[in-house]
Each structure stands twice: as structure tokens, then as C-alpha cells.
Design a protein around this ligand. Structure first.
Ligand code: PEP
Ligand code: MN
Length: 337
């Protein structure tokens, strides 16, 4: 349930109430807004239902939460959250661009591509060091060596590093090098990994599962936020549908729907969504028009030699052209890039 306080509620009132809630074995998450403070409470609601909360003069109302997620809901936090790390800000009026190769292959290539995407306007660098591949015989990533190369690319450019963590055993290691932990589509419902990421102290870019509903997606994000980390971005990257001409079906509907349901900022990944470089440009623009706060795009300067996802990677010159087009669409929908 969500407890809404009157504008006149004092800090002492908040302390009294939260102490009471904690004493009942529940956890209050105080959210101070401009106008008033709201306190969503996590735990067995029946315990709290027995307490006459409205008898406190500073409590205005008590709302049951119907949605199966609470902390990520817009009901709880009316303003869009901005995720910030280094020069990367996702959730502001300005559309953020995260770009880079599918996987880190060696130091020279990641530094070279990082410089190219930065020049074009990116503020985040993507690149996988731990890769979730469908086949155990495909390139699995360079592991910690790849993380070191990503850190070198960050040192050379100042870009914020976004990289995937596949396993709870690696959260600490990846968090040591990365600015943002990516949780991939295949791990969206790896609840232990979500909890660890929630305690890592790093922002999380959570990808939608291959066949996850938006409710399941939001519940997955709730796992991370309920561990005390509200720096979470939701990434639409295409879902499994009947069409197999494209790698996935880009669910653009998800963007306006999520915008209404949650305060978490939204990222779109047109690369995994389409599976082919020539479709990345139009679908990136469509995502911006539909309300994405950021794009994450695969860029490789030698896609024919890429060790993963070369067919959906665009070259740096095309990325630069894409950024120019994104700026035009952003302006048309009242944003900047
Ligand atoms: C990726 O970003 O390279 C990736 C593997 O993404 P997803 O988890 O969305 O498939
Ligand atoms: Mn990829």
C-alpha cells in the first residue's frame, strides 16, 4: 500500500510513522516529492491493514496498490527518474545515445570504436565482455580482459561503460569496471542476479525478456529497485512473435505503455530488435518518436570481421548519420539529442 502524507507532515511525523512500520516487520520507502511525501510500504499488507493509519493527523490517505509492482510504478513516483553516471543521463529531455560493438574483441578495436561513437555524439559505450550466446561453441567474450579494455576505452574517451553481467558470481567483478550493469534478455527473470545487481551500487540497464510481458518486465525491475537501487533503465529489445524475417519483433507499443505505468527511463535497442544493419536506422527513429529516452546501438567499424552480431552492426559513419536524423526527430517530438 501507499501512504500519502499531508503537505504539512514534518520530518518527525515521518520518523514516527516509518519506525512504526518497521516495527511491524515491513519496509517503508519514503519518497519526498515537491508537494508531499508518499510512503510505499513493502511486505505483508494484511499486517498494516490492522493499523488505523488514518488516525495519524498527518496521514492524508492510504491507497492499496493494485499493480503487482510498486516501487517502479508511476503512481508511487510521478516524475520520470533520471539515471546518471559520468556524462550519460537517461530520462532527461535530451535523448541519450549508447553505442559500441556487440562484444569487445581486443583493446585497439574498442578504443577506436569508442572514439568514433563519441565523436558522433554518444555519451555511453556498449560492449560485451561476458556474452550470452545461443551456442556454447560461439565466442563467449573475453571476460575480465574485455572489462579491462572497456576501462581503457573509458579512460580514452570519458564515455560511460555499459556491459552485461551474466551471473551472480560476476556482479562484483563487472561492477568494478562498468558504469552500468546490463542484464540481458535471457536473464530478465534470473531473480538472484536481479537482487545482486540491486545491491551493486551501479545503475542497471534491464533488457526485456525474449517473451516477457510488460507486467513481468516491471516485476523484474521491482526486484532490483526493492534492493535499494532505483537507478534502473528498462530496455525494449524486441520480443518473440510469429514473424521470423526480422530477428525479433520490435514492440514499439511498449514505449508509450511503459511511459504510463512506470517512472523508470526507457531505452530502445533497434539492433537486437531487427537483426539487420539496414533496419536499424528507421527503427531507431521510430523508437525516438514513440518516446524512448535513449538508444543503444551496435556499431562496428569492421562488421564483416565482428565476432558477434556483425550483420546488425552499423559502421561509424552510418551511426553519425543516424545521430543527425535522431536530432531532427527529437526536435519534432519536443526533445533534443
Ligand atoms: C546484446 O546487447 O548484445 C545482447 C545480447 O542483448 P539481449 O540480451 O537483448 O539479447
Ligand atoms: Mn548483440
Amino acid at each position: 500500500m501507499i501512504i500519502v502524507l499531508r503537505p504539512s507532515a514534518s520530518e518527525k511525523d515521518i520518523r514516527v510513522l516509518t519506525a512504526k512500520i518497521r516495527a511491524l516487520g515491513l519496509s517503508p520507502h519514503v519518497s519526498r516529492g515537491k508537494e508531499r511525501t508518499v510512503i510505499p510500504v513493502i511486505g505483508d499488507e494484511r499486517v498494516l491493514a490492522a493499523v488505523p493509519l488514518l488516525s495519524y493527523p498527518f496521514v492524508e490517505k492510504v491507497l492499496p496498490v493494485l499493480a503487482p509492482y510498486k516501487l517502479v510504478s508511476r503512481e508511487f513516483h510521478p516524475r520520470t527518474t533520471v539515471v546518471r553516471t559520468r556524462g550519460l543521463a537517461v530520462g532527461e529531455k535530451r535523448i541519450a545515445l549508447i553505442a559500441g560493438p556487440c562484444s569487445v574483441e581486443n583493446e585497439a578495436m574498442i578504443v577506436r570504436i569508442a572514439k568514433a561513437v563519441k565523436r558522433a555524439g554518444a555519451t555511453g559505450l556498449r560492449g560485451g565482455a561476458f556474452k550470452p550466446r545461443s551456442s556454447p561453441y560461439s565466442f563467449q567474450g573475453l571476460g575480465e580482459e574485455g572489462l579491462r579494455y572497456l576501462a581503457a576505452a573509458r579512460d580514452a574517451t570519458g564515455l560511460a561503460v555499459v556491459t552485461e553481467v551474466l551471473d551472480t558470481r560476476h556482479v562484483e567483478l563487472v561492477a568494478r569496471y562498468a558504469d552500468v550493469l546490463q542484464i540481458g534478455a535471457r536473464n530478465m527473470q534470473n531473480f538472484e542476479l536481479l537482487k545482486e545487481a540491486g545491491m551493486s551500487g551501479k545503475p542497471v540497464l534491464l533488457k526485456r525478456g525474449l517473451s516477457a510481458t510488460l507486467k513481468e518486465f516491471l516485476q523484474a525491475a521491482e526486484y532490483v529497485v526493492s534492493r535499494g537501487n532505483d537507478q534502473v533503465m528498462l530496455c525494449e529489445r524486441g520480443i518473440r512473435a510469429i514473424e521470423d524475417f526480422t530477428r525479433n519483433t520490435f514492440d514499439l507499443n511498449a514505449l508509450p505503455v511503459l511511459r504510463e505505468l512506470t517512472h523508470l527511463p526507457l531505452v530502445a535497442d533497434p539492433s537486437q530488435a531487427t537483426g539487420k544493419w539496414s533496419w536499424v536506422h528507421p527503427m531507431s527513429l521510430a523508437a525516438v518518436a514513440a518516446g524512448a529516452d535513449a538508444l543503444i546501438v551496435e556499431v562496428h567499424d569492421r562488421p564483416e570481421e565482428a565476432r558477434s552480431d556483425g550483420e546488425q552492426s552499423i559502421v561509424p559513419a552510418r551511426f553519425a548519420a543516424l545521430v543527425r536524423a535522431v536530432r531532427r526527430v527529437a526536435r519534432a517530438v519536443g526533445r533534443t539529442a
